[in-house]
Design a protein around this ligand. Structure first.
Ligand code: HDE
Length: 717
């Protein structure tokens, strides 16, 4: 591809090659004249051209027409799935050469920083929907490598609902708002979704994940990512091994609770987007380690499940995750539409050293992404949009099409040719030409799956049984919520039957919440399979046959809880607060890497009992405890009196308590907290004199993320 050679004002000298590459396309208007798209300076942008001051507008007004026409075409079709997303630039660096496994150049040299652009998304909702919907999160990474773009287009859940791409349109039609009334938005809690799921036993493992708190992350910076499918790594000798990709967040894996998620959706629907943006603006760059689970070719069939089945994971106890490098996101996009909306990922964007497998879900995806981008981005040239262009040269014989940017020179647009010296030329494998792994193929042409694909419940049971008690309770309640919104009783009943195949206690807990019973005789869900003879055959999926060995890696209870970096803490105060206690706590929290924000009954300056002033960040109208990780209330008689009399302040503490967050109070504020909180677990109080001790204990408590045992009492078990 030809580059624009003339640098513009947007010129950048970033060490990040992709950020530099985008520079010529950056437009800045400072001290510039307003012009048309043809560069004509505009003299009046306030009045359309009229026949007289009170006369009709004239068709001649090309300024008006150009402006309105462009506006009329500002929107492009949103993504059919993953419409709501946010993204950031950064880089990836491998820890040590992965040459024994892969020849991918970006995985060889620990000194090389490969630029990345990462887009996170929810799946179901429209572009303007809330970030806190219960949903899978997309985790798509574009590596701009020297050998071309490599896209790892994953999710925050390691498995998927279906095994074969042919079911994807059905899944998406079932979960999207129902077609007759376009409800509900960004939610799976409705009849069509559960109707489909109750008839798809293979979805049961994924259902366990999406009903768990993994589907309501605290932050995009605190969730894992997974490549989901099994891929291949190929080394320089052509040796192949299988690989599963993981992203492990350096801040640990944390979630909010469902009641909180629903409230955040009203208080700040941009909660995750804002959190990512602000973290990067504050210099708290989000980081993940890239992990790989490697399986030698000879071990392909040694597992109880099929490596090509995307509804299964490889338990980390069977194949440990090796952390091979780190990704850092350190730059917000300049323009949401140009970058985040127009970026186009594709699991078929691979580089030499990384290859695909026959996973039937992956195979279908390889078709879908290019196809959808033809309509979403308007033609076959979306790879020329600045955010999508590789940082290495592009030369081929493809030509023309809508919005072509490249000016291909010369008369040769075919290969082989003699007129152009047979250029551009093919690259041999040792010149980094991509060669597909020469996997031997031998099979009949059938619409069928391998037998191991039909063990639908063992890993669903593995996930459920690996959860801590509070996590199990959340999962049960999520199912009660979702199925509680289902209107057709037969669907609820079929789902109870399906859950009973996973775990009978789970099924009866959910059934109890729905006022139903687990049927004595559980119907076996059916799968249709068409074997080689072409006659459809119905048969039962396999029951959970072996005792489950819980996997610690599947429970968020076991995540790292070693600090409070980037956590947002509310300091709730009113006029007359104790300045010394306030400052000591704020200093301690900030020293530990957290952000302390002042929340008060109104905005402006807050006066301490000594007459000093601090700026209020949020009023009780503009903030709510669901937007914070923890709350501290300093002493000061009149401050505490004002808060006690303020129902919003009382609710603030009550909700922080209900959502199991750390709460601290000193001096006179102890009374206020004691009145609202029923017990002391994760609630730290003490006299003003012990401010240092309170701060240390509070920081330790925040690092625990939540005190789930508070809620265990009132949960129906
Ligand atoms: Fe996607 N998926 N998908 N998907 N997917 C899209 O591509 C599709 C699947 C994922 O931030 C679409 O450009 C099919 C699994 C992410 O731009 C579309 C199947 C996983 C994103 C599409 C799947 C994903 C998409 C919509 C079943 C995790 C957002 C717009 C065979 C491994 C990327 C677009 C971004 C987006 C098709 C299943 C991840 C329609 C047919 C499994 C993160 O092409």
């Amino acid at each position: 591809m030809n580059r624009r050679s003339k640098p513009t004002k947007g010129e950048s000298t970033s060490p990040n090659k992709k950020v530099n590459d985008l520079a010529p396309f950056r437009e800045k208007s400072a001290e510039e004249f307003l012009t048309t798209n043809q560069g004509l300076r505009i003299n009046d942008d306030q009045n359309s051209l009229k026949a007289g001051e009170r006369g009709p507008s004239l068709l001649e007004d090309f300024l008006l027409r150009e402006k309105i026409t462009h506006f009329d075409h500002e929107r492009i079709p949103e993504r059919i799935v993953h419409a709501r997303g946010e993204a950031a630039h950064g880089h990836f660096q491998v820890y040590e050469s992965m040459a024994p496994y892969t020849k991918a150049k970006f995985l060889q040299d620990p000194t090389v920083k490969t630029p990345v652009f990462v887009r996170f998304s929810t799946v179901v909702g429209s572009r303007g929907s809330s970030d806190l919907a219960r949903d899978v999160r997309g985790f798509a990474v574009k590596f701009y490598t020297e050998q071309g773009n490599y896209d790892l287009v994953g999710n925050n859940i390691p498995v998927f609902f279906i095994q074969d791409a042919v079911k994807f349109p059905d899944l998406v039609h079932a979960v999207k708002p129902e077609p007759h009334n376009e409800m509900p938005q960004a939610a799976s809690a409705h009849d069509t979704f559960w109707d489909f799921i109750s008839l798809m036993p293979e979805s049961m493992h994924m259902i366990m994940w999406v009903m768990s708190d993994r589907a309501i992350p605290r932050s995009l910076r605190m969730m894992e990512g997974f490549g989901v499918h099994t891929f291949r790594l190929i080394n320089a000798e052509g040796k192949s091994c299988f690989v599963k990709f993981h992203w492990k967040p350096m801040l640990g894996v944390h979630s909010v609770v469902w009641d909180e998620a629903q409230k955040i959706s009203g208080k700040d629907p941009d909660f995750h987007r804002r959190d990512l943006w602000e973290a990067i603006e504050n210099g708290d760059f989000p980081e993940w380690e890239l992990g790989v689970q490697i399986v030698e070719e000879k071990d392909e069939h040694k597992f109880d499940f099929d490596l090509l089945d995307a509804t299964k994971l490889i338990p980390e106890e069977l194949v440990p995750v090796r952390r091979i490098g780190k990704m850092t996101l350190n730059r917000n996009p300049d323009n949401f539409f140009a970058e985040t909306e127009q970026v186009a990922f594709n699991p078929g964007h691979v580089v030499p050293g990384i290859d695909l497998t026959n996973d039937p879900l992956l195979q279908g995806r390889l078709f879908s992404y290019t196809d959808t981008q033809l309509i979403r981005l308007g033609g076959p040239n979306s790879h020329e949009i600045p955010i999508n262009r590789p940082v290495c040269p592009v030369h081929n014989t493809q030509r023309d099409g809508h919005m072509r940017q490249t000016i291909n020179t010369g008369r040769v647009s075919y290969e082989p040719n003699s007129l152009g010296g047979n250029c551009p030329m093919q690259a041999k494998a040792d010149m980094a030409g991509f060669v597909s792994h020469a996997q031997r193929m031998d099979g009949s042409k059938v619409r069928a799956r391998s037998e191991k694909f039909f063990d639908h419940f063992s890993q669903a049971a593995l996930f459920y049984q690996s959860q801590s008690e509070p996590e199990k309770a959340h999962l049960v309640n999520a199912l009660r919520f979702e199925l509680g919104k289902v209107e057709v009783a037969a669907i609820q009943e079929r789902m109870i039957g399906m859950l009973a195949h996973v775990d009978r206690t789970l099924a009866s807990r959910v059934a109890q919440g729905l006022g139903l019973a687990v049927p004595n005789k559980i119907e076996g869900p059916l799968n249709l399979s068409i074997p080689a003879d072409g006659n459809a055959k119905e048969f039962q999926p396999k029951p959970v046959s072996k005792p489950v060995q819980p996997s610690a890696a599947l429970s968020m209870a076991n995540t790292i809880k070693d600090g409070i970096k980037t956590r947002k803490i509310a300091i709730l105060a009113a006029d007359g607060f104790d300045a010394a206690a306030f400052s000591a706590m704020k200093k301690a929290l900030e020293a530990a890497g957290a952000q302390a924000k002042v929340v008060a009954p109104r905005l402006g300056q807050l006066k301490s009992s000594e007459g000093t002033e601090v700026k209020i960040d949020f009023s009780l109208l503009t903030a709510s405890s669901v937007l914070f990780d923890a709350v501290y209330i300093p002493g000061g008689d009149s401050s505490v009196k004002a808060l006690t009399a303020n129902s919003d302040a009382v609710q603030f503490i009550g909700e922080a308590y209900k959502h199991c967050k750390a709460i601290a109070a000193s001096g006179a504020a102890r009374e206020f907290v004691n009145a609202s909180c029923l017990e002391d677990d994760g609630v730290i109080t003490g006299p003003d004199a012990e401010q240092g001790k309170i701060a240390t204990a509070f920081i330790k408590a925040i690092a625990q993320h939540r005190y789930w045992n508070r809620e265990m009492k009132d949960r129906a078990q």
